[in-house]
Design a protein around this ligand. Structure first.
Ligand code: NDP
Ligand code: BG6
Length: 491
């Protein structure tokens, strides 16, 4: 293999490191950030002299903080490792807009570094993780820069989505953050970029001669990128109603995946070369039209066992926020011109699934008329898999044909390998200073350019989404939309 794997890189990286998790009392910190940090710790992937600080307004002692830190660890976590890990985790309570509080944090960091005798080393790394609502991003970033940022070491800031609400607000956020931190210090997390099968797309495409040969408009009929969740916004209705499914999932996760499937080969595996190629292809995507979009909002089940979106008390009764959307997109370049891309995302659907389905063109065979189409499916979750729908002779005495699969299901082929959580992978990338799997500001600008006109039109014209029942496949017409608008033929 010519490129380094994470383990190789982590083994080389042993700079004294301080990680501060802002919003340490919150949901993301508890469910994702601390479990990911522990995963790295127990696998020996955190630099040896790492200290972790949690910072939030909530008053709590270390015992309470530690209880929260471990609350989402796997039940079989090694107890000894857990207590070693907790010994490097400390909590500082403070407000998000008070200089004195940030100065106290800085003093704690300085003291911890002095204890380890690393306070004068220039290769120290400080990571500031913003597990916070976007309303306080800028205030916290400003106070970090003013009171905590250390010119004498490497500083990195991790920002969680949403990165703005539309083109204008995102530009403002980029400007505000850009005035405080250099782009090389900023890591915008889109956790889909840390998922195993998303990281695998480049390898599949650029390390296998046969995939790259057919990865274009001459062979591909249409591409679908689908995200389905079997649960509604339970408990998050208030947050969700401000954003809707397009901002929550499509503009970021699905578009990021699309850009990797669609991009041309980067010059090297360097982060900037990869991000150049992704941005380049995003620039060739035309803004999405309302006419090319199907919107839905889930309603309760007939038997009353599952609630509708608007049954949530935190959602306004007249909300038109879509919980389902399906769009046809076009990439206007020589590789993809004429190939429709259907991206679909929905909550409260019939199953949990995230996949990329590449359907090839009809086989113009004189020997076998009316063949079903080949498809390459990359399943991101729940079970990682790549399978190629392939026509074979029906085994046995029959001379008929059958659709079968060349099947690479990871749980069967790699049953002894545990696939790490996306957050563990991405935090490790930050520790290694690798931006490949993070969103650059120009990519972000393009992503909002593609979606903002549609979002504004939906809101300005109060477009009413079509209802669909909780647990169904989506609003009426969802399948016809794909067959009629994208020429998809069910195989
Ligand atoms: P929370 O609502 O749990 O907020 C995190 C912490 O921020 C809270 O514990 C609270 O800490 C503080 N906080 C909450 N509301 C406010 C407010 N209005 N003003 C100031 N401080 C506030 O958020 P999450 O942890 O769910 O999410 C954090 C970020 O991560 C968000 O940007 C979110 O969009 C993103 N994200 C979250 C995911 C998840 O699974 N939860 C998944 C992907 C992204 P205290 O009061 O103690 O200061
Ligand atoms: C988050 C969205 O970014 O991604 C959630 O805000 C969604 O609404 C989640 O449920 C899906 O992530 P995953 O990793 O569970 O597919």
């Amino acid at each position: 293999m010519s490129f380094a794997c994470h383990l190789d890189k982590a083994a080389q990286n042993d700079e004294p490191t301080t990680i501060v998790v802002f919003g340490a009392s919150g949901d993301l910190a508890k469910k994702k950030t601390f479990p990911a940090l522990f995963h790295l710790y127990q696998n020996g992937l955190l630099p040896k002299r790492t200290k972790i600080f949690g910072y939030a307004r909530t008053q709590m002692d270390h015992a309470e903080f530690h209880k929260r830190v471990v609350s989402h660890f796997k039940s079989d976590a090694d107890k000894e490792k857990v207590s070693e890990f907790l010994a490097i985790c400390k909590y500082v309570s403070g407000k998000y807009d008070v200089d004195d509080d940030f100065e106290r944090l800085r003093a704690e960091i300085d003291a911890a570094e002095a204890d380890e005798n690393v306070n004068t080393l220039p290769d120290r790394v400080h990571v500031y993780y913003m597990a916070l609502p976007p309303s306080v991003f800028v205030s916290v970033a400003t106070h970090i820069k003013k009171n905590v940022y250390d010119e004498s070491c490497v500083n990195r800031i991790i920002i969680e989505k949403p990165f703005g609400h539309d083109s204008e607000s995102s530009k403002q956020l980029s400007q505000d953050i850009g005035a405080l931190f250099e782009e090389k210090e900023v890591f915008r997390i889109d956790h889909y970029l840390g998922k195993e099968m998303v990281k695998n797309i480049m390898t599949l495409r650029f390390a296998n001669v046969f995939y790259e040969a057919v990865w274009n408009r001459h062979y591909v009929s249409n591409i679908q990128i689908t995200f389905k969740e079997p649960f509604g916004t339970e408990g998050r209705g208030g947050y969700f109603d401000e954003f809707g499914i397009i901002r929550d999932v499509m503009q970021n996760h699905l578009l990021q995946v699309l850009s990797i499937v669609a991009m041309n080969q980067p010059k090297t595996l360097d982060a900037e070369d990869i991000r150049d190629r992704k941005t380049e292809v995003l620039r060739r995507i035309l803004p999405i039209q309302l006419e090319d979009t199907l919107l839905g909002q889930y309603v309760g089940t007939h038997d009353g066992s599952k609630p509708g979106y608007k049954d949530d008390d935190t959602v306004p009764k007249d909300s038109n926020t879509p919980t389902f959307a399906q769009c046809v997109m076009h990439v206007d370049n020589d590789r993809w011109r004429g190939v429709p891309w259907v991206i679909k995302a929905g909550k409260a659907l019939d199953e949990a699934k995230m996949l990329i389905r590449i359907q090839f063109k009809d086989m113009p065979s004189a020997l076998f008329p009316n063949l079903a189409r080949n498809e390459l499916v990359i399943q991101v979750s729940p079970k990682e898999a790549v399978y190629l729908k392939t026509i074979v002779k029906k085994p046995g005495l029959s001379t008929r044909l059958a659709m079968s699969e060349l099947d690479l299901t990871y749980s069967k082929r790699y049953h002894d390998i545990k696939i790490p959580d996306a957050y563990a992978t991405l935090i490790l990338d930050v520790l290694n200073g690798d931006h490949s799997n993070f969103v650059r500001s120009d990519e972000l600008e393009e992503a909002w350019r593609i979606f903002t006109p549609l979002l504004h039109k939906i809101e300005d014209e109060s477009v009413v989404p079509f209802p669909y029942e909780y647990g169904s496949r989506g609003p009426k017409g969802v399948d016809e939309f794909t067959s009629e608008r994208a020429n998809y033929k069910r195989t």
